[in-house]
Design a protein around this ligand. Structure first.
Ligand code: ATP
Ligand code: PAU
Length: 321
């Protein structure tokens, strides 16, 4: 998609909103956050400002609620037409974006807000990190320096998981990745039982396989085929790199102190060494992955959240549906 097309709204497939325009669509004056929600949201991430929640995430969740409600109504009407009594499979929301752009935080805010609506009390959150191959497999394949790249994921397993969810299977299991241990946790699974909405968050959720498709693969299914709505969290790489380094420094003082942490050996790095180490990981792995495999998927999303300094959303693009 060319830049001119995106700047000229009548040519672009997206509608663009400034922060102020977006915030005005559904303000906290109309639907104030309850005290419980405020404390819940502060527990999610103490750095997230409540102004950000009411200006950006509340209108976003109201919009998502419109989509969910309309899909629930359509399901009832289809059931009546088809003379079936099928249970509605969950509404699935995909959230994409770079490492450290704030996908997990965004997902947790959306999860907390969406569950306030009476027609969707059960909102589950799954990260595609769980579908990374275990370190032992990555080592065997020579992919330890490529963690997060498309080839480091068990894509078949992820597709199978999504397919089970959409089939209406009442209980579905996903593998779990531990950032602390930097590996898949053997013998542990996340169990998802009869959800109304599932948020699937990960750097790879809008990717399509790169290799040329043979005739046999023509029926290939993509992860995004299972999404009812998708979001891309966007920011300039310079900002994201800084967030990555900042998070690395915080982890050095917290999680890395634990002897079970994969990065425990780096717990005693001084500030300068920690920055150098984090920048090296960024430049050789995550930044490369962003440019090669993640950023190119941005315009597959229904909605793009554009973040500026301090994670503050400066604008929103919404696909004309
Ligand atoms: N809205 C926000 N306001 C303030 N800080 C935020 C916000 N979103 C994320 N952060 C901070 O930015 C950093 C990255 O956020 P997060 O861990 O959610 O990113 P991520 O995209 O899920 O990363 P990864 O792909 O590595 O799991 C964290 O230190 C987090 O505290
Ligand atoms: C697990 C992923 C791939 C995605 O969340 C990422 O956080 C990661 O671990 N990337 C590999 C390089 C690094 O350690 O940051």
């Amino acid at each position: 998609m060319s830049q001119t097309m995106l700047e000229n709204e009548s040519l672009s497939p997206y509608l663009s909103f400034t922060r102020e325009e977006w915030a005005g669509l559904y303000s906290a004056d109309i639907q104030p956050l309850t005290e419980w929600e405020v404390s819940e949201l502060q527990g999610i991430n103490e750095n997230v400002s409540l102004n950000e929640v009411s200006s950006i995430y509340l209108p976003l969740c109201r919009l998502l609620n419109l989509y969910v409600t309309s899909s629930q109504q359509l399901h009832l009407q289809s059931n009546a037409f088809l003379r079936k009594q099928m249970k509605k499979p969950p509404f699935i929301i995909g959230i994409a974006g770079s490492v450290a752009v704030g996908k997990s935080t965004t997902s947790r805010i959306i999860q907390a807000l969406l569950s306030r609506w009476p027609n969707t009390p059960k909102v589950e959150l799954v990260t595609t990190d769980g579908f990374l191959y275990p370190n032992a497999v990555l080592e065997q394949k020579g992919l330890m320096g490529k963690k997060g790249f498309p080839e480091s994921y068990d894509l078949k397993g992820l597709i199978q998981f999504l397919s089970q969810l959409k089939s209406g299977k009442p209980v579905v299991e996903a593998p779990i990745y531990s950032h602390l241990e930097y590996d898949i946790l053997p013998d542990q699974v996340q169990t998802i039982s009869e959800p109304d909405i599932v948020i699937v968050e990960g750097i790879n959720v809008l990717q399509v396989p790169k290799q040329k498709r043979s005739k046999k693969q023509n029926t290939q299914i993509f992860v995004s085929d299972f999404f009812d709505f998708s979001l891309y969290v966007d920011a300039d790489e310079e900002e994201i790199k800084q967030w990555y380094v900042d998070r690395f420094k915080i982890l050095r003082n917290t999680a890395f102190q634990s002897p079970v942490s994969y990065f425990h050996r780096y717990a005693d790095l001084n500030d300068e060494e920690a920055v150098e180490f984090a920048l090296n990981i960024w430049n050789t792995i995550n930044g490369l992955n962003l440019r090669e495999n993640i950023l190119p998927t941005k315009y597959r999303a229904h909605l793009i959240l554009e973040k500026g300094k301090n994670h503050s959303v400066s604008g929103v693009k919404m696909r004309k549906m």
